[in-house]
Design a protein around this ligand. Structure first.
Ligand code: NAD
Length: 282
């Protein structure tokens, strides 16, 4: 049961105090560096899970920039209590815990974590009764536009065109298909006005038979240090339309997250997406 500190996130003011959870992670470090360089923002707290080597070290030093005088701590509740916003690229269970803490503290919650189940997402919706939550499996502006284009193209082409979503990520990624690939498939399903889960085909192995009409297929590649490649293929007899995006640097996700943080200040409690942040739902 969430007892909110107040019913709205704090209103915009000079500097946005941001707590980075997952501060010792790949995205956490990038966020610390980019938030420190951004106007109107400061890293006011940094959290990682108990027992990780980064606990007790300086967040700036961990991120490869000058020391910030902000230590990475393992007490998320205490760090989040005074935050204006919390930026969260961690794990699904951790994100749900942080959502409850953000609701209690009145802090906007910007979530990039992927691999959430419907139960996890339900918990975010409960927290979003109290604070603005921006939840996006891909925070890059380019991918947000790709999603909008995918929905539009799917709505025009119809099911003469077979839809396949191809993605490649680095070897450390733990969930598959990527949250972004699933987001693209869902955008295509919305465009076609069909139930995504009823047409999703994430695994093909062995004698699977001819491709059913209307299926939305996924192919997952893993290897090396690939930051994130996504292609949506619309294949018909006689032509193929391909929409794609390649991220070559995690900075694009951090830049989108910072845009979301600044946008979310003072917004009414609700779950928002990057489409809202970019004004594509207006
Ligand atoms: P990572 O493993 O390098 O970092 C995750 C960090 O979270 C680690 O430091 C880990 O210790 C920490 N963590 C885990 N549980 C925690 C807890 N309970 N409290 C505090 N910290 C905790 O992973 P990464 O590459 O930085 O990615 C993290 C997540 O972000 C993944 O789900 C990934 O798919 C997602 N991601 C999303 C986007 C996007 O644009 N939305 C972009 C890149 C990565």
């Amino acid at each position: 049961m969430v007892e909110p500190h107040n019913t709205e996130s704090r209103l915009p003011h000079e500097t946005c105090n941001i707590v980075v959870v997952g501060a010792g992670g790949r995205m956490g470090k990038m966020l610390i560096a980019e938030i420190t360089a951004a106007k109107g923002c400061r890293v006011s707290g940094a959290v990682d899970r108990p027992g990780t080597p980064s606990i007790g070290t300086d967040a700036g030093t961990q991120a490869g920039i000058a020391a910030l005088d902000v230590l990475i701590v393992d007490d998320a509740a205490q760090a989040i209590a005074t935050a204006d916003a919390v930026v969260d690229f961690t794990s699904p269970d951790a994100t749900v815990d942080h959502a409850r803490l953000c609701a209690q503290a009145g802090a906007a919650h910007i979530i990039g974590t992927t691999g959430l189940t419907p139960e996890h997402e339900e918990a975010l919706h409960l927290a979003a009764r109290h604070v603005p939550v921006v939840y996006a499996p891909n925070m890059s502006v380019g991918v947000t536009l790709l999603m909008a284009m995918t929905e539009k193209v799917a709505s025009i082409l119809g099911d003469d065109y077979d839809i396949e979503v191809l993605e490649m990520h680095h070897r450390h990624k733990v969930d598959a298909p990527s949250g972004t690939a699933l987001g693209l498939g869902k955008a295509a399903a919305r465009g076609r006005a069909v139930d995504h889960d009823a047409v999703k085909q994430a695994v093909r192995d062995g004698q699977v038979g001819a491709r059913p009409r209307g299926e939305i297929g996924y192919a997952t590649l893993r290897g090396g240090d690939v930051v994130g490649d996504h292609t949506v293929i619309f294949a018909a007899e006689g032509e193929r339309v391909e929409l794609g995006h390649k991220a070559s640097n995690r900075k694009v996700f951090a830049a989108g997250a910072i845009r979301a943080i600044l946008w979310a200040r003072g917004k009414p409690p609700a779950v928002y997406t990057m489409r809202d942040v970019l004004g594509l739902n207006a």
